[in-house]
Design a protein around this ligand. Sequence first.
Ligand code: PHE
Length: 458
Amino acid sequence: MSSQREQWGSKLGFILAASGSAVGIGNIWKYPSMAGQNGGGAFTIVYLACILIVGLSIVVAEFVIGRKTQLSPVGAFEKLAPGSNWKWVGFLGVASAFVILSFYGVVGGWILKYIIDSILGGFNNLSGNPEAAGAVFNGFITSTYSPVLYQVLFMGLCIFVIVQGVKGGIEKWSKILMPIIIVLLAVLAIRGMTLEGGMEGLSFLFNPRFEDLTASAIVLALGHSFFTVSLGMGTMITYGSYLNREQNLMTSALWVILLDTAIAMLAGVAIFTTVFALGANPAEGPGLIFVILPSIFPQLAGGTIWATLFFILLFMAALTSAISILEVVTAYFIDQKGWSRKKATIQFGSIITIVGVFCSFSLGGGVNLTGFLGMSFFDVMDYLSSKYMLPIGGMLTAIFILHKWGLKEYMNELREGMNNMSVPDKLVKTFLIIAATIVGFIIFNEIYFTIAGKALIG
Ligand code: PHE
């Protein structure tokens, strides 16, 4: 089977595809609002530490497992540990893909709607009026048909890209979209910094306010470091499985992490400089993007253009991530069930879209799904995946290497393609142990909190 397996066309294509997966709504929507609410620079320091210690180890681990086995997660674990229960880590990944893409597609739909609104000048009458912008946003997401329509459109685009395959779809589109994302974001960040008063936004984002950094913010930073680098559900295993032995997995992983972090920071700069220059409320949480920005863009010269560029950028970032999630599901049915790419993508893309429709409805659009676990179905999907499924998947991947597959075999595969770069076994082992321990403790703490009502820390 592996002789006909699809492959990336180039080293750069692979790095852009993997960073396209990493750079998404998490970087542009979630990170700035989380940092804003949880101590600015203090949150950023914890987030960076998590990415460097935990994130880097797991990205490399996923690449190595994928390239070694040339299979997506379920098949990969099965091949390395035949007949064992480890394949369930792979199944957990496929399940996470379902969960994440169902709500991710809904947000993707919102972004499409905001592109159209901004082009049509729909933000003009929200100028300087966040209450009005909030009412428009809430009215939209709690309605029945409109958000679903945009969600279906967004999911249709994902299916369209994935049906075209690894090189002709994922790689081609990542190579087109990633450079545009970087340029657009740089332009928006420069624009923000040159606004009068914009620099205050930088100190809000980067000055550490340790008094605002609670223990639960630390948990948030850890969970987010998985989400933002697309870890713990086999996305990077799947992308790694389309590689040949020439790729240097260590430098590739460093590139992915660097690009992901740089883009999150740039997004924070672009957003907070603009928010401060116009005297808006910086700590608005998720509403920052869909409420605050639409109320301040019209106050800028050329506001319609800036707003449109921003939402186009957000759309591109969301699309390159969403396709990577769908690819995990598609690759499972291709590798394990022998389905054609087209059949797997269309069938499961549609099923995920339907689950997503319920996520959207749960926000108020008719079907009452609210109340489950005390939050909407939409929030449940977000909460389950970022707080449990991804960290557990990542932790088990690290444990798998240490206890089942063996460090020696792992290092042999990692060293392929690394040329003269030397990485001591001990260092890799230490990083993997630290990653598994930190994540294990945090998950335990979360579960303890849910059951006992109080946390060990936080
Ligand atoms: N990394 C993506 C983001 O930051 C989300 C994602 C999570 C993509 C898990 C794939 C897998 O938005």
